[in-house]
Design a protein around this ligand. Structure first.
Ligand SMILES: Cc1cc2nc3c(=O)[nH]c(=O)nc-3n(C[C@H](O)[C@H](O)[C@H](O)COP(=O)(O)O)c2cc1C
Length: 193
């Protein structure tokens, strides 16, 4: 079955929220595979800090192996698995370093279930209302913009811009459901595998 320009992010959001609500341990943990100049893949776990239609954000040490491999070759593959839900999502795409203003925006944007409290608590106050959280958000963005607040110099944000997303749902009697979304000429096509 072919779909016409259906953005897979809605489905990602639905599954991700389901993982959060099902009390999965670290639902935002995913495997990140990179490959550098030596053509040998390397894989490790990182945490999803934010996502939107543009891609998936994580943070890492600029001097790490993954950072060095991404600078040599931006092609990456990532993988979420929520065994308690019998679901996995595999994603292929290109990773890019994000600038510090975007880092701040992504960190302080309030995606449900992502742990932004640790960042907001930089200001050591208990957040009691959404309006306070929003004021803090604006304040933080202003501080990053004027340079009065800095991320640790060794730390960087990366966005993975997807070109392929496959949703896999385990089914009875091995009747699994696989939906593959591919970005072709800026349009998302979906096929059921
Ligand atoms: C649950 C979990 C979450 C992790 N989250 C991150 C993360 O968000 N960023 C990161 O750089 N490393 C994270 N790590 C550590 C990485 O898996 C990895 O060991 C480290 O980044 C060095 O990887 P590299 O040498 O391949 O670049 C996490 C590890 C675990 C087990």
């Amino acid at each position: 079955m072919k779909g016409i320009n259906i953005h897979p992010l809605n489905k990602f959001q639905q599954w991700f929220n389901e993982a959060i609500e099902s009390n999965t341990i670290e639902p935002n943990a995913f495997s990140l595979a990179t490959v550098g100049d030596n053509n040998i893949p390397s894989i490790r776990t990182v945490l999803l800090k934010s996502y939107d239609n543009n891609g998936f954000i994580f943070f890492s040490d600029k001097d790490s192996k993954k950072a060095s491999q991404i600078s040599q070759n931006p092609n990456v593959a990532i993988h979420f698995v929520w065994l308690n839900l019998d679901k996995q999502i595999k994603i292929e795409g290109k990773a890019e370093v994000i600038n510090k203003i975007d880092m701040a925006k992504y960190i302080f944007s309030r995606k449900k279930g992502l742990n932004i409290s640790q960042w907001i608590s930089l200001e050591s106050q208990v957040v009691t209302a959404r309006s306070i959280l929003e004021a803090k958000f604006d304040n933080m963005i202003a501080k990053f913009s004027d340079g009065s607040l800095e991320f640790p110099s060794f730390w960087s944000g990366y966005i993975i811009k997807p070109i392929l997303i496959e949703f896999w749902q385990g089914g009875k009697d091995k009747l699994h459901i696989r939906e593959e979304y591919k970005l072709i000429n800026n349009r998302w096509d979906m096929i059921k595998l």
